[in-house]
Write a protein that binds this ligand. Sequence first.
Ligand SMILES: Cc1cn([C@H]2C[C@H](O)[C@@H](COP(=O)(O)OP(=O)(O)O[C@H]3O[C@@H](C)C(=O)[C@@H](O)[C@H]3O)O2)c(=O)[nH]c1=O
Length: 183
Amino acid sequence: MLVENTTLDGVLVITPKRFGDDRGFFSEVWNRHALAEAGVDIDFVQDNHSFSAAQGTVRGLHFQSPPHAQDKLVRCGTGAFLDVAIDIRTGSPTYGKSVAVELSAENGKQLLIPKGFLHGFVTLVPNTEILYKCSDIYAPDCDGAVYFDSPELGIDWRIAPERAILSDKDAQAPRFADFKSPF
Ligand SMILES: Cc1cn([C@H]2C[C@H](O)[C@@H](COP(=O)(O)OP(=O)(O)O[C@H]3O[C@@H](C)C(=O)[C@@H](O)[C@H]3O)O2)c(=O)[nH]c1=O
């Protein structure tokens, strides 16, 4: 397992080892003990699986407020997507800054996004599956969203923003400039 830092403190790219043979490969996609040895000991309580049929589907930018803030460990089942984390830790030197990492079935990379970050992604190919572990349960009362293409964030979504496929909730989310972080 390879654990790499990103430009945002706490956001990690994790690449589990793959054992390839004539059949394909085997990989431990999450091993609590191995991750703890690498300094990441998180008590995950929920596994999520989402499927997006169309390329250019954007989900996010989402967060859950305390007391149900979530760490997330995100990976790709099939297809490929650009996964994005934005620092919303008040007082952080990188507040409002983002990292974007391509996660695909092919590269097997995972992104660890701690509490105190917005999370979202855009699918890069049709029929993309996203799998992620969360350290707290879904709590609709703590659920929040920021508009993905807020100009202050300057994120390159690799698509024309007006062509993004969004939920109604995400299309109506407030701009980052109007957002008050609960972290
Ligand atoms: C996130 C979530 C949703 N739901 C339900 C609520 C709703 O009826 C339906 C779809 O929910 P959403 O539209 O919020 O799904 P989605 O837009 O895929 O939301 C997800 O986006 C990514 C970027 C994240 O980081 C996740 O934490 C989550 O916010 O699923 C659950 O039952 N449990 C959950 O954990």
